[in-house]
Design a protein around this ligand. Structure first.
Ligand code: NAD
Length: 497
């Protein structure tokens, strides 16, 4: 049985009384325990980060970059090990876990360019013999609070940029799959990052609340469900912190009648059932514009019936189990609800065969609900599992209206061969990340990731230049080196001359 501890000031600690159980989602067996931090343990992590800050802030850009490059090499060399830890606790298939490591690594690579990213502007002679320049400085101790669905990638949206900018970091990973965070901490140590610059507190609401209240924590990045994102944003900002809080999602794919239906079906199935639908950018609703509905559903259903469900460690598996029994039960409850609300259950994931021994694993196979009514809970609520809803619409306008009146605005996609329609969609849709014939339009590391409406509280998206902005404060210096003609006292408003 493993025991997953905290990493504070370069030391593994976990003597506290509170713990939570860890499970192997493929078997349902308990695989270990994770420590749940007390207020004192969170304080110890923040203190360690605060002590490490002055020296790290003053480490030269070249030194910081060298550590980042070494970390990048170590992450690259340990991809497989990290992916195996993710599969063991999250359940996703190994290739998918490798994919999230690869996308996280891209943010590390982006952060390796920090000397360029932190360059300010310089204007000579803004007034006679006066120069002006801008600099960006780190904030101090910053915290990241992350969800279960990407235990490596989502933390890597945050800490590479934060640390590269000269901040020190406290990560509070999901208590459901915490092990990846400790391997990452060890790789930072081996890369030469000074103790205390990267810390991990395992935990639950107790740890989150303390991070939100602690006066030394200057900024909080959060990714998780919308109710908690809203709570984190309101509580953190009430305590004077800078907060970016990314919430839940319900992502639509709008299919126009001229689209290539084989491409659409491949894309909908890949984006709907990859990682068992437990992705914030998963496609959960297909809006099929008349008359393509019947033909498209037939193509989707035939592909879904060919999917192989099984343990994430089995190379034949395309889709693994859900993360916990409680989450599986919640997702499963939408199947009967959908039927009660008037939808047609065309593929029932409860009947899907599972490779090997099902054990007491948290299984639910890919499910397709057709003719889902637009006003139903199945259409409006985030299900966050392998349930793909098809909503039939009569026109582009009707589809757009459904997207824009939804609560969330994380990702969306349009499938069409009409460039004019696609261009109109990208202009009119109220969603932060838009795909054109691309079902999961996750921005690259050098752009910024984030949704609109209930999918993001705050005004800064993560990684890319917005991430650099979030983890730094701007300063503008106006300087004059005195010469004999400085002009003496002048009480007038400073103007340029
Ligand atoms: P969650 O909101 O339950 O948990 C996220 C984090 O908040 C965890 O670290 C958890 O320990 C903590 N937390 C949970 N309850 C809390 C409480 N009452 N008070 C304080 N902290 C609390 O989310 P999850 O189930 O781990 O992850 C799935 C959710 O995350 C989905 O809604 C998904 O859409 C969302 N998500 C969003 C994005 C995005 O970019 N917008 C990315 C990934 C996941």
């Amino acid at each position: 049985m493993k025991h997953v501890d905290h990493w504070i000031g370069g030391v593994l600690t976990g003597e506290g009384a509170r713990t939570a159980q860890l499970f192997d989602p493929a078997t349902g067996e308990v695989s270990g325990q994770v420590a749940l931090a007390s207020v004192e343990e969170v304080d110890a992590a923040v203190d360690a980060a605060a002590r490490a800050f002055p020296a790290w802030r003053d480490a030269s850009l070249v030194k910081r970059t060298q550590v980042l490059f070494r970390f990048r090499e170590l992450m690259d060399a340990h991809r497989d090990e990290l992916a195996a830890l993710i599969t063991a606790e999250h359940g996703k298939v190994h290739s998918d876990a490798l994919g999230e490591v690869a996308r996280g690594l891209e943010v590390v690579e982006f952060a390796c360019g920090i000397p360029h990213l932190l360059k300010g502007g310089y204007s000579e002679n803004v007034s006679t013999r006066v120069d002006s320049y801008s600099i960006r400085q780190p904030l101090g101790v910053v915290a990241g609070i992350t969800p279960f669905n990407f235990p490596a990638m989502v933390p890597m949206w945050m800490f590479p940029v934060a640390i590269a900018c000269g901040n020190t970091f406290v990560l509070k990973p999901s208590e459901r799959d915490p092990s990846a965070s400790l391997l990452i901490a060890d790789l930072w140590r081996r890369a030469g990052l000074p103790d205390g610059v990267f810390n991990v507190v395992q935990g639950d609401k107790v740890a989150v609340d303390r991070l939100l209240e602690h006066p030394a924590v200057r900024a909080v990045s959060f990714v998780g469900s919308t109710p908690i994102a809203r709570y984190v944003y309101e509580t953190g900002t009430a305590h004077g912190k800078r907060v970016q809080a990314l919430g839940g999602a319900k992502n639509h794919m709008l299919v126009l009648p001229d689209a290539d239906l084989d491409l659409v079906a491949d894309s909908a199935v890949s984006a709907g059932f990859g990682s068992a639908g437990e992705r914030c950018m998963a496609i959960s609703v297909v809006l099929a514009v008349d008359p393509v509905g019947d033909a498209l559903v037939e193509k989707i259903v035939s592909r879904v019936r060919d999917l192989t469900v099984g343990p994430g460690t089995d190379p034949e598996s395309q889709m693994g189990p859900l993360v916990t029994a409680a989450h599986r039960d919640k997702v499963e409850s939408y199947l009967d609800l959908g039927v009660e609300e008037g939808a047609k259950l065309v593929v029932d994931g409860r009947e899907t065969p599972v490779r090997g021994d099902r054990g007491n694993g948290f299984w639910l196979g890919p499910t397709v609900l057709d003719h889902v009514p637009p006003n139903s809970r199945v259409h409006r609520e985030e299900i966050f599992g392998p349930v793909l809803s098809i909503v039939r619409v009569r026109s582009y306008e009707e589809g757009l209206e459904l997207i824009n009146t939804g609560e969330y605005g994380n990702g969306t996609a349009i499938f069409t061969n009409d460039g004019g329609a696609a261009r109109r969609f990208q202009n009119e849709v109220e969603v932060g990340m838009v795909g054109i014939n691309v079902p999961i339009p996750v921005p690259m590391a050098f752009y910024s990731f984030g949704g609109w409406k209930a999918s993001l509280f705050g005004d800064t998206h993560v990684h890319g230049t917005e991430g650099v902005h979030f983890y730094t404060r701007g300063k503008v210096v106006t300087s004059r080196w005195l010469d004999p003609s400085h002009g003496g006292v002048n009480l007038g408003f400073p103007t340029n001359g």
